[in-house]
Design a protein around this ligand. Sequence first.
Ligand code: G1P
Length: 272
Amino acid sequence: MIKQAIIPLAGLGTRMLPLTSVMPKELIPINGKPNLEYILEECLSAGIKEFIFIISEDKSAIKKYFFNDKFYKKIIKKKKDKRIKKEFAKIKKYQKMIKFVYQNKPKGTGDAVLKCKKLIKNKFFLMLLADDLIINNNCSKEMISLHKKTKSSVIATKKVNKTEVSRWGILSIKNKRKNYFQISDVIEKPKVKNAPSNFAIIGRYILPSKIFGEIKNLKPGSGGEIHITDAIKNLIKKNYKFYGNIFKGKYLDCGTINGYINSGKIISRGKK
Ligand code: G1P
């Protein structure tokens, strides 16, 4: 059963400067709603019951966004505004589900995952990267059903342009079916000539709790960071099964200003 979702939120957001000099990128709105809320909604409708947010002290605004009761109560008392009451009720619901862990040095996704070790209760958990929005079809839900079928780990994937593989983690494919395949290897941001395919990792992972042991043994990889991709690679070598879920929804890259602008346009147009 996949009931817990971890969401790394400690990144510096340099690609989104100057906005991120005063505000975490995950709170920047897309069509009137913070990016992070899209991620939470996807999790809720996929049956997730607990969120673990990995933040840093510099990103305390995320905590404040969800835990600011005094402020809301004061405003609601004064204004009796229905919309504010509704928003507060939504935030109260999330409040009960959120736990925080801290990653004060941006040492990579692998390091962020390791910080959650003590809080993970089951054999598998979900991880979502907030830069990657997937709309029109719930990707986490698709992945959970593939996990139930295969009893294995699952990574969201889509085909990307062959010339752009160096931007992503790339998967090697075994036994391809229509909407999924077994992953025989992963490589983080390969050169075009070294890429085993053009199936890229998109930010949704169902990971086994075994991954914590693997991360502990990792040495920093490219950019001096501990990459989750390298821990996955080692687990696959040890015969842990990972599947790529070729998701049906539309992928929106929210990691850059242009991506954000574009995502806002697409979401405001409605389903496409
Ligand atoms: C991370 C992962 C990469 C994955 C990507 C998806 O990279 O390391 O494997 O393809 O997310 O968005 P980042 O975007 O942090 O450079």
